[in-house]
Ligand binder design. Structure first.
Ligand SMILES: Nc1ncnc2c1ncn2[C@@H]1O[C@H](COP(=O)(O)OP(=O)(O)OP(=O)(O)O)[C@@H](O)[C@H]1O
Length: 271
């Protein structure tokens, strides 16, 4: 199995022979998958392939069909505490961005990440230490300067980074980026991809879910291709992100261009 570059820590997740069934239909089957601390992986595939279901298997939001041998393990445990998973794993998604309708300083949104609320928590007393942690998280992403600015007045790229900081504030070991560039303009995409690169370099494991090779930052060395409820291929990026492989995955003729570790995809019209 391919691994990302750099020293890898202990095993975080293992899936073996896991099937998720809905309405009598298998919507995902995973034969073998393991992720170690510090490893980065991208899940790429068409709409409805099973990518989100894969993530929900890891976060235990969906459960596989029962087998005597447990199909999903977290740090070797069959029944981990959900709070333990939540402590080490953060999720950044475009849908969360859509939920931000309040006018609030960015730092309050980040402090909310400590308590699991969207803005400042009502039932807890926020401490000076919480604000300090929030400021550090914003600073890691290069946007400490917007801490006291209303999140609704930020550019899309800045606002998305505030949401990344909201996850980062709990110091997760793994960050899931679920279609993180959906709805962003080029400035937003640039900064979100840059943030993924920065965090990967700092040793946070990145699990990226995407439809686009452009999101797969150079630090991510391993790609799982998901199609028709199965892991169609799992291996080094250089082997997975090839024109003929992706043409087969998406069912249309595609060409892949590579420039200094960044990949892009275009249609092979008339080729
Ligand atoms: N409760 C359910 N009952 C029946 N089918 C379901 C149910 N939940 C999900 N599915 C189906 O399972 C399949 C996999 O869904 P999933 O959301 O994991 O795909 P995805 O690869 O994340 O798609 P997208 O790229 O569009 O987000 C889809 O075809 C979906 O319609």
């Amino acid at each position: 199995m391919a691994r990302g570059a750099g020293a890898l820590g202990s095993e975080l997740f293992r899936i073996h022979d896991a099937s998720v069934v809905r309405s009598g239909k298998t919507i995902l089957h995973v034969r073998d998958f393991a992720l170690r601390e510090g490893e980065h992986v991208a899940l790429l595939g068409p709409n409805g392939a099973g990518k989100s279901t894969f993530i929900q298997l890891l976060t235990r939001e969906v459960f596989p069909v029962y087998r005597d041998e447990p199909p999903v393990l977290f740090r070797g445990q069959e029944r981990p505490q959900l709070a333990e998973i939540r402590r080490i794993l953060g999720i950044v998604s475009s849908t969360m961005h859509e939920q931000i309708r309040v006018h609030a300083p960015s730092i309050d949104i980040v402090v909310g990440g400590i308590y699991g609320t969207l803005g400042l928590p009502m039932q807890y007393e926020v401490t000076e230490h919480d604000y300090q942690r929030a400021l550090e998280a914003l600073d890691r992403l290069g946007i400490a300067g917007v801490a006291h600015q209303d999140i609704r007045t930020l550019s899309t790229g800045q606002a998305r980074r505030v949401l990344i900081a909201r996850e980062l504030v709990r110091n997760p070991k793994v960050l899931v980026f679920d279609e993180p560039c959906t709805g962003l303009d080029p400035e937003g995409m640039y900064h979100v991809r840059e943030s993924m690169s920065t965090l990967a370099a700092e040793g946070v494991s990145i699990i990226l879910v995407t439809h686009y090779p452009e999101d797969i930052v150079p630090a991510i060395g391993r790609v799982l291709l998901i199609r028709n409820a199965e892991v169609y291929a799992d291996g080094p990026k250089e082997q997975m992100l090839r024109g003929e492989v992706l043409s087969d995955l998406f069912g249309v003729p595609l060409v892949v261009d590579v420039h200094e570790g960044w990949y892009s995809l275009r249609g092979a019209y008339g080729d």
